[in-house]
Design a protein around this ligand. Structure first.
Ligand code: G6P
Length: 608
């Protein structure tokens, strides 16, 4: 998720200043590296965010139009070389891009054979060269850009500029948002309206497969097949902050809503469905060592630790590898017995959590192969592990982690397929998992539609002071996560328990004022969960059951039911966690708390 901003105007505004100010409001989308290009002044790029870019910009960097970018790295490290904008061989065609060009390798090979010289590792750069190539035959920049876009596969939000036509900027959208800002004598392109709003409230949202051209005097929109598109402008009254949140009240809600997209992004290009395999480029360098691994230790903190616990169930049952999961903060202070046949997997959204990092270092000292499941590209854990897999979940702003967990779980399914197919997992099982995995985005969308029901439940239970979450097997960690979310953002006393352990203590607390959320979706432990619910009801405890659509019995037993679509047991935690995230969100909102920035907590804990 990168940020794009482009400007062309004839009203005397300084394009450099307009673009830099605009980028500031896009910093929530990315902050690994930043860059700007003005046809009249040249380009400046840097690792870091807008403050760094400002420092590098010379005083005479002036112009009437330009394109700018904030990067959240996916392909290639966050270095100056990989920062956008990227240019063609002659520095004439410039591009900023949000998304992934899936066929960039084949396009790059073709362009290299045609004599193009590449300067970065980025998939984006191929676009500038493709346009350059088409400019040899096409009459106009517009036609060349359209021809290039028709060759590209993948997801993109793009802005393109050509030095010889400085006041014209071309935008295109396929899967990554693009919005046009319509001013008087000035026009804008951005990945969301926030940088446009200080200048104009009149915007036009592009649809997938559409291309737009802006000049100071106007705009036009057409499809990739050149047919014209007429679209009325929308007047938006959002504040800059509301716009960053995509119209949602909090980043947390926006990030929960991104769940379906996050699964797609984590899985993109990594499944070979007909062979029942996961293709993890980041593990290729250690593929031989992985074949000899006899034991896995997962280290993490917070919500990433919960992901690890779910991973343990998946990996042991389907890949047949013994797995231990440990808080990194504990692991680093004991004397773990490790050897070269141990893989230590560190899971971390930020890639900077100090305890997780130190556990990686300890693992390395003791000879283990260290692997990462990390969201932030180029972060310390990503750099220090021997190999790993990036989440591609985009930046997570809310302190309470939600979409990162969804993505970590999807990545762990990929690990399970990868390890499993090296070992005992047959192709049939793998294909079944892959087929079901692909249905998850739609199923999460269905869950997200029950937002209002969940909000009403949060309201109903908002006056309770305690909460118990129970689950079994791989939904036991999801019970822990339900409780953790409630603690983090609602400051509630909430406990997560394995339902089987309930009789050994927690049940003593149950009375009519102590509600339980029981995860009772279909699977091998369904009947056991129903028995546990009976035990709670016998003690007058209110019960919210999380159940599978079509389960008519559970409604007779539980006080309230949240339904989720059916899936295979292995993948059920990925669906079941979503209503619990929504529940915690609405609970905190009901209490009027600062959802995105809960007291005493930090997004990334870089101290012990
Ligand atoms: C903090 C955050 C949590 C997060 C944990 C681990 O406690 O508030 O949301 O799960 O750190 O962070 P990491 O970046 O390593 O996943």
């Amino acid at each position: 998720m990168c940020g794009i901003f482009a400007y062309t105007g004839k009203v005397g505004k300084e394009a450099g200043g307009v673009l830099l100010d605009g980028l500031l409001s896009l910093e929530y989308r990315g902050y690994d590296s930043a860059g700007i290009f003005l046809p009249e002044a040249g380009s400046v790029r840097t690792p870091g965010a807008v403050a760094e870019l400002r420092k590098k910009i010379p005083k005479d960097f002036k112009g009437k139009s330009g394109i700018a970018h904030l990067r959240w790295a996916t392909h290639g490290e966050p270095t100056e070389k990989n920062a956008h904008p990227h240019a063609d061989c002659e520095g004439e065609v410039w591009v900023v891009h949000n998304g992934i060009i899936e066929n960039f390798k084949e396009l790059k090979e073709k362009l290299l054979a045609e004599g193009h010289m590449f300067k970065s590792d980025s998939d984006t750069e191929v676009l500038a060269h493709l346009v350059e190539e088409h400019l040899k035959h096409e009459k106009s920049f517009e036609k060349a850009a359209l021809a290039a876009l028709n060759e590209v596969r993948g997801t993109y939000g793009i802005a393109l500029q050509y030095k010889k036509e400085p006041d014209r900027i071309i935008a295109a959208r396929m899967g990554s948002p693009i919005v046009l800002g319509l001013g008087d004598g000035e026009h804008f392109i951005a990945s969301d309206p926030s940088p446009i709003l200080p200048h104009t409230k009149k915007v036009v949202f592009l649809e997938d497969g559409e291309v737009a051209v802006i000049t100071p005097d106007g705009h036009k929109i057409f499809k990739l097949d050149s047919t014209n598109v007429k679209r009325e402008a929308t007047h938006i009254d959002w504040s800059v902050e509301e716009s960053q949140k995509g119209g949602y009240e909090h980043f947390m809600l926006k990030e929960i809503m991104e769940g379906p997209q996050v699964i797609e992004d984590t899985l993109r290009g990594r499944l070979i469905a007909d062979e029942g395999m996961a293709k993890l480029g980041g593990l290729e360098s250690v593929a031989n060592e992985l074949k000899n691994i006899e034991r896995i230790i997962i280290v993490a903190q917070g919500t990433a630790y919960i992901a690890g616990l779910v991973g343990e169930y998946m990996l042991e049952e389907y890949a047949g590898v013994p797995v231990e999961v440990e808080y990194a903060s504990e692991f680093r202070y004991r004397s773990p017995v490790l050897n070269q046949k141990t893989a230590l997997i560190a899971i971390s959204q930020s890639g900077e959590t100090l305890d997780t990092l130190e556990a990686v270092r300890e693992g390395k000292r003791k000879g283990a192969l260290t692997l990462g499941i990390v969201n932030a590209v180029g972060s310390t854990i990503a750099r220090e592990t021997d190999a790993g897999v990036y989440n591609h979940a985009g930046p997570e702003i809310s302190v309470a982690s939600t979409k990162a967990l969804i993505s970590q779980l999807a990545a762990l399914v990929l690990f399970t397929l990868f390890f499993g197919r090296q070992r005992s997992m047959g192709v049939k099982t793998a294909k079944e998992i892959i087929a079901e995995l692909k249905t998850l985005p739609k199923k999460i969308e269905t869950i997200l539609k029950s937002e209002e029901t969940i909000a009403a439940l949060a309201k109903k239970y908002a006056n309770n002071r305690d909460f118990l979450f129970i689950g079994r097997k791989s939904n036991y960690p999801i019970a822990l996560e339900g409780a953790l979310k409630l603690k983090e953002i609602s400051y509630m006393h909430a406990e997560g328990y394995s339902a089987g352990e309930m009789k050994h203590g927690p049940i003593a607390m149950i009375d009519e004022h102590f509600p339980t959320l029981a995860i009772a979706t279909v699977g091998s432990v369904y009947e056991k969960m129903v028995s546990n619910i009976h035990e709670i009801k016998a003690r007058k405890g209110p019960v919210i059951a999380l159940a599978t659509e079509g389960d008519k019995e559970i409604g007779k037993l539980a006080d309230d039911v949240i339904y989720v679509p059916e899936t295979i047991e292995m993948l059920s935690p990925i669906l079941n966690v979503v209503p619990l995230q929504l529940f915690a969100y609405y609970f905190a909102k009901e209490k009027g708390l600062n959802v995105d920035r809960p007291r005493n907590l930090a997004k990334s804990v870089t101290v012990e």
